[in-house]
Design a protein around this ligand. Structure first.
Ligand code: AR6
Length: 170
């Protein structure tokens, strides 16, 4: 797998799959989740509603992932995952790594060759971006895939890009 980090808006990424930093309710929100739903159009919310209706307790456990089509996005599919909320007293880093590995597993199952990730949990969920980047790279490198050839981290700020560049080197 070729891993790289770029600065940009993930809704514009020309890849097979973009990953959404969603929440367990799967019905949209702010941040990158809101941007993806706005750009994809109402079909995405309808698909998410149908998926969540089938899940136990109508929620997606944090660290797991599900797929919808991409609606009006350039990407063919969106894989939705719910990251952990940062806690200084409890280590949820395995859940954050799982967001990456489970999303890649789902994307690979769809036959995707290219996958774009945002910095999951590093916004509203408060995860310090340097560590979020380290967990992201570890989660991707710990995955074995059949079809995925390119993983692109699409970061919204220079600070996030620098953190992911450092994690890719380290
Ligand atoms: N493209 C790429 N990255 C983006 C974009 C974009 N268009 N927009 C924001 N980011 P966040 P979380 C960055 O808060 O921390 C939502 O309400 C952003 O700068 O979107 O996992 C959900 O519904 C940050 O670096 O996700 C959940 O309730 C990163 O994406 C909750 O927020 C993640 O920030 C999830 O929180």
């Amino acid at each position: 797998m070729d891993l790289r980090a770029v600065r940009g808006d993930i809704t514009q990424a020309d890849v097979d799959v973009i990953v959404n930093a969603a929440n367990p309710g799967l019905l949209g929100g702010g941040g990158v989740d809101g941007a993806i739903h706005r750009a994809a159009g109402p079909a995405l919310l309808a698909e998410c509603r149908a998926i969540v209706a089938q899940l136990p307790d109508r929620r997606l456990p944090r660290g797991q992932a599900v797929a919808t089509t991409g609606g009006r996005l350039p990407a063919r599919w969106v894989v939705h995952t719910a990251g952990p909320i940062w806690s200084a007293s409890r280590d949820h880093s395995a859940v954050l790594r799982s967001c990456y590995s489970e999303s890649l597993r789902v994307a690979d199952g769809l036959g995707a060759r290219s996958v774009a990730f945002p910095a999951i949990s590093a916004g509203v969920y408060g995860w310090p971006v340097e560590d979020a980047a380290r967990q992201a790279v570890a989660g991707v490198r710990g995955s074995s895939v059949e079809h995925v050839q390119e993983v692109r981290f699409v970061l919204f700020s220079d600070e996030s890009l620098a953190a992911f560049d450092a994690a890719l080197i380290g």
